[in-house]
Design a protein around this ligand. Structure first.
Ligand SMILES: [Zn+2]
Length: 461
């Protein structure tokens, strides 16, 4: 929130640092690296062959230029799949290397194209000259002081890390490593350093809204990421675009202005998405997210909020999947997660967009986003089935006979209150404690965008 000072020494660090280490496995790696480079160049050739040169006049100038257009959609899933399949036919190494080859080739091509359009490159096909390969997370494993790299299924090269001058993530786990870049002489190893709470790697489920992102796990309690700044990126862009939108159908200039605004909005939002993903990753080992396909269809009051935040959510989910792998990100059906009481399952049919969830069954009063995050967490932790009862959808937790309310009172409640019991007074009913929760509770961890640091930082609550 604005006006909040930073806690000294509490900037959230899940910093990614990259270290370079020499290794002595050059001979073993060389055939793979050569094959990698050859295939990168093969893809570059193929991408090049899809270019159609279109003559275009430079805006505001008298010169003409040839700009590259693609004859086929090289970014479509279909095209990439076909490309991957064809490359795999003569590929003797582990299949995941092919993904790395494709990624590298596309990125070289993209850089060339960008620079060419700016006038900084010649109209000549880019080629890969240096020997290197970026290893996907699925291809590496940290084994003690060694980094195991899969060359072929069941064929490994072990890179010695014992001479390093940096520390590895606390527990020996590959999850703390980014994708290393391997050359014949060196390995460039990115290492994530968390802010200390990655040790237990708790699973945290997240509920996404326009103004905040709320996470819950018994280990972390309630975590809130303030996303107002991200929302304002969209809102201010929306206002600006609206003012030129009407003219856009007639004027070319207005059209250009419009696309400039859209690009700027996308770039700014992207920066926030990356930062938010970093915070999510620094808090949790496994992340539970609302399944995108199924989201936003059922709660009318949230549709507008959803629409504006959907692309951000998708962006963040993609970044997380890229960094943590599919095993690190679990998609959860969000159906009803905000309208059912996380403690007793009572259905609140009339949410009306208020901030506080009041349960008509057990008396729970709680922040509605926190309630949704707890519901999602339980789906993540216990698993669930989706049923249709009388034409209505129902998500059922697989708690196997255990009582949801008991679990809530023994696990959730202390995690929210920080382990302390509220008062010494005798409790009159078992529901007494939860009636006052809304007023007593604040997020345990609160992150917000800080303009000076240009990052999401932890602020006191
Ligand atoms: Zn209830």
């Amino acid at each position: 929130m604005s006006g909040c000072a930073l806690i000294k020494g509490h900037r959230v660090f899940s910093v990614l640092r990259s270290y370079s280490l020499e290794h002595e496995c050059g001979d073993e790696l060389l055939p793979l690296l050569l094959a990698h480079r050859d295939v990168v160049n093969r893809i570059l050739e193929e991408l090049w062959s899809h270019i159609e040169w279109k003559k275009r006049k430079l805006p505001g100038k008298k010169q003409w230029r040839l700009l590259p257009k693609y004859k086929v959609d090289i970014h479509s899933g279909e095209y990439k799949k076909e490309l991957r399949d064809s490359l795999l036919q003569e590929w003797p190494y582990a299949a995941h290397w092919v993904d790395s080859v494709i990624k590298t080739a596309y990125s070289i091509f993209k850089t060339w194209r960008k620079n060419y359009v700016k006038g900084e490159r010649k109209r000549r096909r880019p080629t890969a000259k240096r020997l290197f390969a970026r290893a996907k997370q699925t291809l590496i494993k940290l084994e003690g002081e060694k980094l195991r790299v899969t060359i072929k299924p069941d064929e490994y090269v072990y890179l010695e890390l014992s001479k390093r001058y940096f520390s590895l993530p606390g527990e020996v786990s590959s999850a703390g490593l980014g994708e290393p870049i391997i050359t014949p002489e060196k390995v460039h190893l990115p290492v994530h350093y968390g802010d200390g709470n990655q040790g237990g790697n708790p699973s945290v489920a997240w509920d996404f809204n326009l103004l905040s992102l709320d996470g819950y796990s018994p280990e972390t309690g309630w975590v809130r990421i303030d996303t107002k700044k991200l929302a304002s990126v969209h809102i201010s862009s929306f206002e600006k675009r609206r003012s030129v939108q009407r003219k856009a159908s007639r004027s070319k200039k207005a059209k250009r202005v419009l696309s400039k605004y859209s690009n700027r909005e996308r770039n700014r939002a992207r920066k926030h998405q990356l930062e938010i993903a970093r915070v999510i990753q620094s808090v949790a080992g496994v992340v539970g997210l609302e399944e995108l396909k199924k989201q936003g269809m059922h709660t009318r009051s949230r549709i507008w909020n959803r629409r504006i935040s959907r692309s951000d959510w998708r962006g963040i989910a993609k970044i997380l999947e890229g960094r943590m792998g599919e095993a690190g990100v679990k998609e959860l059906d969000p159906y009803g997660s905000s309208s059912y009481c996380s403690r007793c399952g009572w259905h609140n049919r009339d949410l009306n967009g208020v901030d506080v969830f009041v349960c008509g069954g057990c008396g729970l009063r709680i922040d509605r986003q926190l309630n949704a995050a707890i519901n999602l967490y339980m789906r993540l932790r216990f698993g669930y089935t989706v049923k249709r009862v009388g034409g209505k959808k129902r998500v059922q937790l697989k708690m196997e006979g255990a009582s949801q309310r008991e679990w809530w009172d023994t696990v959730v409640l202390p995690s929210l209150l920080g382990g302390c019991v509220l008062t010494g007074a005798e409790r009159k009913t078992p529901d007494e404690l939860v009636r006052g929760l809304y007023d007593a509770l604040k997020p345990k961890l609160y992150y917000a965008y800080d303009r000076y640091a240009d990052a999401y930082l932890r602020t006191p609550t």
